[in-house]
Design a protein around this ligand. Structure first.
Ligand SMILES: Cc1cc2nc3c(=O)[nH]c(=O)nc-3n(C[C@H](O)[C@H](O)[C@H](O)COP(=O)(O)OP(=O)(O)OC[C@H]3O[C@@H](n4cnc5c(N)ncnc54)[C@H](O)[C@@H]3O)c2cc1C
Length: 311
């Protein structure tokens, strides 16, 4: 076990955790970043929508970030998984899968979320190549193509409506009973969006490029791109285990713009604390959390110095 008491431990080294590390490193704080290295967007070849980095490969984005943070020697990285956290504000102990333990005054959860894919044969072959989850991330590359939207429940109509901004040629596959009202079905009909409610048999593709979706009723939906709705779960159970309040959608609830959670000394940033899933949003939340943690540390150090002078 390391005896050093870090100013902050950051769990997760995606854009949220890394931007927090950058802020804290520049603020001369001792930081440990513990990262398993499995960011949400790792299946994609390119990331989009991050100003000055549009089209960058996810690995390259991370390489540049880590290289720049390494200019600040008070930030350390550990390629490991945090498995347990004990203690409280001022002295948390983070235990890792490899058997290390780190002490830190403050804690930032930047653990992201994980996508649970619907169980459809062939989906993993096309995921990240011609099937995506977010039109802001990958819609431009699939613009004007024949697209299938795979989604269930009332949200399916909203998803199809959103994707209609990128292509006029879309079909909605609900992979079983559609659960839409007659009014919503009518909206799709008048806009020429076919609705397929038979269960999906399989997605047919070659080298990751989808060509059609086969349904169990024998129908076939020709398409060269797919948008689908995954189920999102927290990237780690640790925030909940530590007692952080969660929102109804499973995010860590935060109570100010700096990402303060319900547990003193604990912050959350990025996908784990929002439903706006974008790299730049995660990075900006990380930057704010870094500033918030630094402000709290500064206030505590200021008070401690004042007390020491008085006695
Ligand atoms: C297919 C796909 C494509 C996308 N494309 C884009 C795009 O083009 N543009 C865009 O803006 N957004 C895109 N996104 C969204 C983007 O990936 C996320 O919004 C962003 O990665 C969130 O950043 P984060 O730092 O919160 O979490 P992440 O990037 O997911 O990083 C979290 C990190 O924490 C680690 N971690 C989790 N638990 C632990 C633990 N216990 N111990 C140690 N480490 C842990 C994980 O391994 C991971 O490395 C895409 C998402 C998907 C699914």
């Amino acid at each position: 076990m390391e005896s050093l008491l870090y100013d902050a431990a950051i769990i997760g080294g995606g854009p949220a955790g890394l931007n927090a590390a950058l802020m804290l490193g520049r603020a001369r704080k001792n930081v440990i970043v513990i990262d398993e290295g499995l960011p949400r967007n790792r299946v994609t070849h390119e990331s989009h929508g991050f100003l000055t980095r549009d089209g960058i490969k996810p690995d390259e984005f991370r390489r540049i970030a880590v290289e720049q943070i390494q200019a600040y020697p008070s930030v350390r990285f550990s390629a490991d998984i945090a498995v347990d956290i004990a203690g409280a504000d001022g002295d948390f102990t983070i235990s890792t899968r490899r058997g290390d333990a780190y002490h830190a005054k403050k804690l930032l959860f930047a653990v992201g979320k994980k996508d649970r894919l619907p169980e459809i044969e062939g989906l993993t072959d096309v995921y990240g190549k011609s099937a995506f989850v977010c039109p802001y991330c990958d819609g431009w590359e699939l613009r004007d193509r024949p697209l299938a939207v795979i989604a269930k429940g009332a949200g399916a109509h909203h998803f199809a409506k959103t994707i209609s901004g990128w292509s006029d040629r879309i079909a909605l596959c609900t992979d079983g009973p559609d659960e839409l009202t007659e009014e919503l079905r009518g909206e799709l009909r008048v806009r020429g969006i076919p609705l397929y409610d038979a269960p999906i048999r399989r997605i047919v593709s070659a080298d990751g490029l989808v060509s059609r979706i086969e349904l169990q009723d024998g129908a076939s939906v020709a398409c060269t791109g797919i948008f689908f709705a995954p189920t999102l779960v927290p990237g780690s159970d640790l925030p909940q285990a530590l007692g952080c309040e969660l929102t109804p959608t499973g995010s860590v609830a935060t109570f100010d713009t700096f990402g303060k959670s319900s547990v003193p000394g604990v912050y959350a940033a990025g996908d784990i604390a929002t439903e706006l899933y974008q790299l730049i949003t995660a990075a900006s939340m990380g930057a704010m959390a870094g500033a918030g943690i630094n402000a709290e540390l500064l206030a505590e150090a200021w008070e401690a110095r004042g007390r020491a002078v008085r006695h």
